[in-house]
Each structure stands twice: as C-alpha cells, then as structure tokens.
Design a protein. Structure first.
Length: 138
C-alpha cells in the first residue's frame, strides 16, 4: 500500500471512530484529532498548509456565531492539512451540504410525525462523508 492510500485508510478509520463518538456522546476526543493530524505527516507537503484557510474561517464562524463545537473545528483543521486548500473547500462544502439535506429530510419526517426536530446534529458524520467525497473527487 502506498503512503497516500495508507494515509486515507487511517484517516477514514479515525474519522469513523470520531463519528461514532460524536453521535453517542456529542464530543470529539483530542486524541482522534491529533491522530488525523499526525497521519497527515505520511504524505506531508507544505502547500497543503493552505488548507488551514477554510479551517480558520470555520473557527471564526464557531467563535462568533456558535453552533459548531471546538472538536469539530480541530478535526476539520487536521483534515484540511491532509487534503490541502482545494480539498478542504470540497470537504467543507460537501459536509455542510449533506448536513443541510439530511436536516431538511429529517425535519420533514419529524413534522409529519407531529414531533419537533432536534436543532443540533453531530457534525463529524458529515465530515466523514465530506472526506470520502473529497478523496473520490481529487
């Protein structure tokens, strides 16, 4: 297995574990974020540091608007260094779009059932989906 494929497999595994943790406990552990960041060293290229620009924007949104957890931002920053600027933009866009679509369907189903939809969803499962889409598109 070449380093790029190994990196992608390890990150996928770590993201899967983080997604399960986020769904169950609504938290992202620091060791999973650190694991993703360290995995980025397998195929490190300095140009991929530009991926931190979308991460900084997400941090600013989290800081000023709320609604995004610190663990989500740290995990996205670690992923951004692994995929670079273009990959980070694709990842964030697909993660947010998939969350929007999911929430729209979920809200409609809850409304039909006569219930109120939960307003806060775990974001890491959507980051996992975005990562897979990014890997397939790049």
């Amino acid at each position: 297995m070449i380093p790029q494929e190994l990196q992608e497999a390890v990150i996928f595994t770590l993201l899967s574990a983080a997604a399960v943790t986020d769904i169950k406990k609504r938290e992202v552990s620091n060791w999973l974020c650190a694991g993703v960041a360290l995995t980025g060293l397998l195929c490190f290229q300095p140009v991929r540091l530009w991926g931190l620009i979308p991460a900084a924007l997400l941090f600013a949104v989290a800081l000023f608007c709320g609604g995004i957890g610190g663990g989500d931002v740290k995990l996205f920053a670690a992923l951004s260094v692994c995929v670079g600027l273009e990959g980070a933009i694709i990842l964030l866009f697909t993660a947010q779009l998939s969350m929007l679509v999911f929430y729209g369907i979920y809200s409609a189903v809850q409304k039909i059932r006569g219930k109120t939809a939960v307003k806060y969803l775990p974001f890491v499962p959507f980051l996992l989906f975005g990562y897979v889409c990014t890997i397939l598109l790049m």
